[in-house]
Unconditional design. Structure first.
Length: 104
């Protein structure tokens, strides 16, 4: 049971510096204001972001970065727009969570 707890990852979303929320390990929908800058953390064993290439028309505004090797990966979007709406997958060794970004 303890091993399962250690393998569980939490997907956290921080929108600008004002508010934050936790997305369940199964993912969920997130509404973002147009033009907002934000980042999402993927935490777990060997995390990585999977981004549908068809959704991205301006790759200069989206980036991924490993902060803690084999523990945390961050997806950053600068200036949310309709071209960045859609699914983003956080994959770890044991599971995949999907968040779907949409405009408010």
């Amino acid at each position: 049971m303890m091993k399962n707890f250690q393998d569980l990852f939490i997907l956290c979303l921080l929108i600008t510096a004002v508010s934050s929320m936790t997305i369940s390990p199964h993912g969920g929908y997130v509404s973002i204001d147009e033009g907002a800058d934000f980042y999402v953390e993927c935490i777990g064993p060997s995390p990585k972001w999977i981004i549908a290439k068809r959704l991205i028309s301006d790759t200069a505004r989206i980036s991924t970065q490993s902060v803690q090797i084999n523990r945390k990966s961050i997806l950053t979007i600068q200036g949310m727009s309709s071209s960045l709406v859609g699914p983003y997958l956080c994959q770890t060794n044991q599971s995949v969570s999907t968040i779907i970004l949409q405009l408010t």
